[in-house]
Design a protein around this ligand. Structure first.
Ligand code: UDP
Ligand code: MG
Length: 323
């Protein structure tokens, strides 16, 4: 099968028939073999009834799953990724903001240009300013932290993947915003971008508020930390801890030595506990030891994780005779 289209949705009953008819048209015109996987993220409207109806009319091409409650876009995507059988997997939002007309070119970029992942770029956006301005900042930060310099729009719902990518990454929590970063951390580094058409939301309303930016920032920090130090937490905490401890130790020693020196030379001196540096040093040494301990605890957690030696082996060579 050429293409799996994965569509996460939450209360999008009005858009679904129109969206599916459009996808069907594009697939037919290009002669793709395909499936469309709807993942209903616990909708409370009639979305899943609509999907049931669509599947009755076109059983060959539609598969669907529905959550009992609303878990979020990432769990919905992850479920769709698990189900997908096509060589190229394309995700798109259900609200008709993404255009199915982009599918053929995205497919071509994966199969011919050799990309692992191609992300849409909503260069001209039809969203309120309150969303587009923070988004610019969000993307600049994500580019910097992830090191994926060529992406302008990490969170675009329209993306295409080589099949292996979706089978090897795990999207959880709210991590759908950083799928390119997840892919990069899993070793899929050929990441491209395609400018895509974007439309204003036709039906229903957006499911995400401004808290997305706070949570998005925290998630980015989490990914940065787990990506860099997930298997060796001591390298971060130990370094910071040692640095603070040593700094505090030197400072407190200096306070003591200076006092002793002044005392022995008959100069004016103050009690060690009267010096503000004494207290700063105490704080530094305490925090330093705490960080160091956090590192040790982190190492114990890693040591007990069944995944600590889980690596992605892309290919092996073993030509020895097998007897
Ligand atoms: N969505 C979902 N679960 C949620 C929230 C959203 O599956 O908890 C789906 C939603 O139905 C849509 C896509 O994720 O298909 C993008 O959501 P939305 O259009 O609200 O986001 P925006 O375009 O405003 O960024
Ligand atoms: Mg939308």
């Amino acid at each position: 099968m050429d293409i799996s289209v994965v569509i996460p949705l939450y209360n999008e009953e009005e858009s679904l028939p129109e969206l599916y008819a459009w996808i069907q048209r594009v697939m037919k015109a290009n002669g793709f073999s395909y499936e469309v996987i709807f993942v209903d993220d616990g909708s409370t409207d009639r979305s899943f009834d609509v999907i049931r109806k669509l599947a009755d009319d076109d059983p060959e091409h539609i598969r669907a799953a529905s959550f009992r409650r609303n878990y979020g876009k990432s769990p919905a995507l992850n479920t769709g990724f698990g189900m997908a059988r096509g060589n190229v997997v394309i995700t798109m939002d259900a609200d008709l903001q993404d255009s199915p007309d982009e599918i053929p070119e995205l497919y071509r970029m994966i199969t011919e240009d050799g990309y692992d992942l191609v992300s849409g770029y909503k260069k001209k956006r039809y969203d309120p300013l309150s969303k587009t301005i923070p988004t610019k900042l969000f993307n600049a930060t994500a580019r910097k932290v992830s090191g994926i310099r060529n992406l302008h729009d990490f969170n675009c719902g329209l993306k295409a993947y080589r099949r292996a990518v979706v089978k090897h990454i795990e999207v959880y929590g709210d991590m759908h915003r950083y799928i390119p970063y997840l892919a990069k951390l899993a070793g899929f580094s050929r990441i491209g971008e395609k400018v895509v058409h974007h439309q204003a939301r036709k039906y229903g309303k957006t499911k995400f508020g401004l808290d997305r930016f706070v949570n998005g920032y925290l998630d980015l920090m989490t990914l940065w930390f787990t990506g860099k130090f997930g298997r060796k937490p001591m390298h971060l905490f130990g370094l910071l801890g040692s640095f603070m401890f040593v700094l505090g130790f030197i400072a407190v020693a200096l306070v003591g030595i200076l006092k002793l020196y002044a005392m022995n030379h008959g100069q004016h001196y103050i009690l060690v506990t009267d010096s503000p540096y004494f207290y700063l040093s105490l704080v530094l040494m305490l925090l330093g030891s705490q960080l160091f301990l956090a590192g040790f605890i982190g190492e114990l957690v890693v040591r007990n994780s069944p995944k600590r030696n889980d690596y992605e082996i892309e290919e092996t060579i073993d030509l020895t005779s097998k007897d």
